[in-house]
Design a protein around this ligand. Structure first.
Ligand SMILES: [Zn+2]
Length: 718
């Protein structure tokens, strides 16, 4: 009996000492956080990266040794949320510590972060940090306002100009970052690296492509991890890793059909919202900590400021996580979540919601309530089963919105149609409010079916299966009648099949059904232009231009300019393009068209002036450089033309056209030897056996005997 008593006593003592030592460890961990206003700050945002697709977060199918190692040597939060599953607004929330309803950037493309907002970079710059950002997608281009406070904002997406790509790979981001870093590693820095690769389309380079053949999304994440590793190595090499706070966060997740969405922008389910969230600062943040407390991207800024002992602005809506680190105490939090993408792009109802404790409520035409602790997959809608809780959360959501909305900022932009198209090429379908019939907003749960039909239909077009494409696009219209891109896509199908009248009737009916959808009229006018029904097209555009529509005003003039350009009515074209440029002075698409119109009209000097400005914006742009070389020959400034050809060759040594044109110019200027040299270069690179090749050989033969034989035409023109 006594023996049993002693055993129980020992057992109880063990229990107490166990929990006691664990508690000590936690308190120690907190104490061991050393705030430091001398550290560098490296913020890495992983675009489109789901938390559960990172090794340390439990994914067994991906290798992310570098991110895992940083997480294990610091702290990683298991339950980290984005307030919005859309790239630009999510990054604005990271940089301002506020919700989209405060900073007012609610979607990609149509919004620019207001200059009046106070950003992390601005505060750090004021506190003598050198600041730099290296971003990889047009969605966070400097024109959208995230460049505030950065000494260097490198959004040079057109480094590899051949395809006019709107994104760049991690390799390029790293390349530009390391160039900057070699010069600045001794300064106290704040640097933001943005890796866009895991975004659709999933196309990792080798060896990741082969290794992740069956899941290329994971391949993209593994590829980005590799460059996270290279970045850490570089910090190590420059001996600054030990004094750098590294923060790794995702901007939003990615859905793979769990709730019918493929992508991330429409819904606010866990797959769209949960992101990796890691803090690493060797010697300053204890190692090997995880936390299941719910945290949010709006906490990034206040945590960094707290860590560096800088004042957190009153406007910040997130909290510093420093007091939470090491104390495994769940703090009661509630988050506001939203996506207005479905409304702006698809004409469906937007989503707004609240996460409170274990519950998530989504306000929609058909509202949803989930217990996200027990029902991770959000399949069991408790809204009507638990009316009391539903009512409570609706009230809390209303209070959250009231508390966090600002109304102070004007973050709406006047993005042109051309820029929207560029976004659309990334899969971002940017709509306008004017295209939406607000009376009949359907639940995105229903709209998603139409959207998926649209995506499938688009895929069929690419595969030249026009019959299937037509069926699917028509189905899509029945569900999403206010979604303009479907009409344009279906009209394309009709045009390919020579069914011009069907294309016209389609738009006529759509406009009748959606009389306030100006974008449809704009698309229709463009279609009529393509069909050579210029008068009607111009009538529609002129009618639209009288409405003074801020979001599409410049596009209207731009299209008018284009129509007159193809009609070879250059003077009118130039007038309209100038009007477009007045409304949208930074738009490089309009500038390019205007330069072309001026060139065609023989106003070379003015065209050249525009290109000199464009070149400043994109100094590596091959097309700009080529056109400038040509323009200099037109204004008889041959030395300048020659120096441009030389410049192009030094940057892009493998473009055959350049050598051909350059050789022709040199021969015209009696520089036969150099002309022969360049034409031979052309022949080396030119792999076709055609008339051009013969002509080049003939030129060489004649130039060798100093026969001028001027080229009839330059190979490339404007
Ligand atoms: Zn994103």
């Amino acid at each position: 009996m006594r023996k049993i008593f002693v055993m129980i006593l020992i057992f109880l003592l063990n229990l107490t000492s166990y929990s006691y030592s664990k508690e000590i460890k936690k308190i120690d961990a907190y104490k061991r956080i050393k705030k430091d206003n001398h550290v560098n700050i490296l913020l890495i945002t992983l675009d489109t990266t789901r938390a559960d697709k990172i090794g340390v977060y439990g994914c067994k199918d991906v290798k992310t040794p570098n991110i895992d190692s940083l997480a294990r040597s610091g702290i990683y939060f298991i339950n980290a949320y984005t307030p919005v599953p859309i790239t630009l607004p999510a990054h604005c929330s990271i940089m301002t510590g506020t919700y989209p309803i405060y900073h007012q950037v609610r979607n990609n493309g149509n919004y620019v972060l207001d200059q009046k907002t106070e950003t992390l970079a601005e505060i750090l710059k004021r506190n003598r940090y050198v600041t730099s950002a290296f971003v990889s997608s047009f969605t966070v281009d400097s024109r959208f306002g995230l460049d505030q406070g950065f000494d260097v904002y490198n959004d040079n997406l057109l480094v590899n100009i051949k395809e006019y790509k709107s994104e760049r790979k991690a390799e390029k981001v790293f390349e530009d970052f390391s160039q900057w870093f070699h010069k600045n590693s001794t300064e106290k820095f704040f640097c933001w690296l943005h890796f866009f690769d895991p975004h659709d389309p999933y196309d990792p380079p080798e060896p990741f492509k082969s290794e992740y053949e069956s899941n290329k999304y994971l391949g993209e994440i593994a590829y980005v991890d590799y460059y996270v590793g290279k970045t850490v190595d570089l910090l190590k090499e420059k001996q600054v890793l030990e004094k750098t706070l590294i923060i790794i966060v995702g901007d939003h997740g990615e859905a793979f059909g769990e709730h019918e969405e493929f992508g991330h922008q429409i819904f606010c389910y866990e797959e769209n919202l949960k992101v990796p969230f890691i803090f690493y600062a060797p010697g300053r943040i204890p190692e090997n900590l995880t936390s299941d407390s719910k945290v949010n991207l709006i906490d990034v800024m206040p945590t960094i400021l707290d860590f560096t002992q800088l004042q957190i602005p009153d406007s910040v809506q997130g909290i510093s996580l420093i007091p939470m680190i090491g104390r495994n105490k769940m703090i009661h939090r509630e988050f506001y979540i939203e996506s207005i993408y479905a409304r702006e792009a698809l004409g469906c109802a937007p989503t707004e919601g609240i996460i409170q404790g274990d519950f998530k409520f989504l306000r929609l035409p058909k509202p949803e309530l989930y217990n996200i602790k027990t029902d991770h997959k959000e399949k069991n809608n408790l809204f009507s089963k638990n009316p009391k809780l539903s009512r409570k959360l609706i009230k809390c959501l209303d209070e959250l919105i009231k508390r966090y909305s600002s109304g102070k900022f004007d973050s709406q932009s006047k993005l042109s149609q051309e820029e929207k198209r560029r976004l659309a090429s990334l899969g971002y379908l940017v709509g306008t409010k004017s295209s939406i019939n607000t009376q009949s907003l359907i639940d995105p749960k229903e709209g998603i079916e139409g959207y998926n039909y649209f995506l499938k239909g688009t895929r069929f077009i690419k595969e030249n299966n026009f019959e299937e494409a037509e069926i699917l696009l028509k189905q899509s219209i029945t569900i999403l009648p206010s979604f303009p891109p479907i009409y344009s896509r279906l009209a394309d199908v009709y045009l390919i099949q020579g069914r011009k009248d069907d294309a016209i009737n389609l738009f006529e009916k759509a406009i009748q059904d959606n009389p306030s959808a100006h974008i449809l009229k704009l698309e229709y006018a463009q279609l009529l232009g393509k069909l050579n029904r210029i008068n009607k097209s111009v009538d529609i555009l002129k009618e639209l231009s009288e409405l003074n529509l801020p979001d599409i005003g410049s596009s209207i003039y731009y299209i008018l300019g284009q129509i007159y350009l193809t009609k070879e009515k250059y003077s009118q074209s130039i007038d309209y393009l100038n009007k477009a440029l007045d409304l949208d002075p930074d738009n490089s698409y309009i500038k390019k068209q205007l330069a072309l119109a001026l060139y065609k009209f023989g106003r070379f000097k003015e065209a050249l002036e525009i290109y000199l400005k464009l070149e400043k914006e994109e100094p590596m742009n091959l097309v700009f450089l080529k056109n400038m070389a040509i323009l200099y020959t037109r204004v008889n400034e041959y030395d300048n033309a020659i120096s441009y050809f030389e410049k192009i060759i030094s940057i892009y040594p493998d473009v055959p056209d350049i050598y051909y044109n350059y050789a022709c110019l040199l021969a015209e200027k009696y520089k036969f030897e150099k002309a022969v040299f360049n034409m031979e270069k052309f022949l080396k690179l030119y792999d076709k056996d055609d008339a051009r090749k013969k002509k080049a050989q003939d030129y060489i033969r004649r130039w060798k005997i100093k026969n001028i034989a001027p080229c009839e035409n330059y190979v490339y023109q404007f």
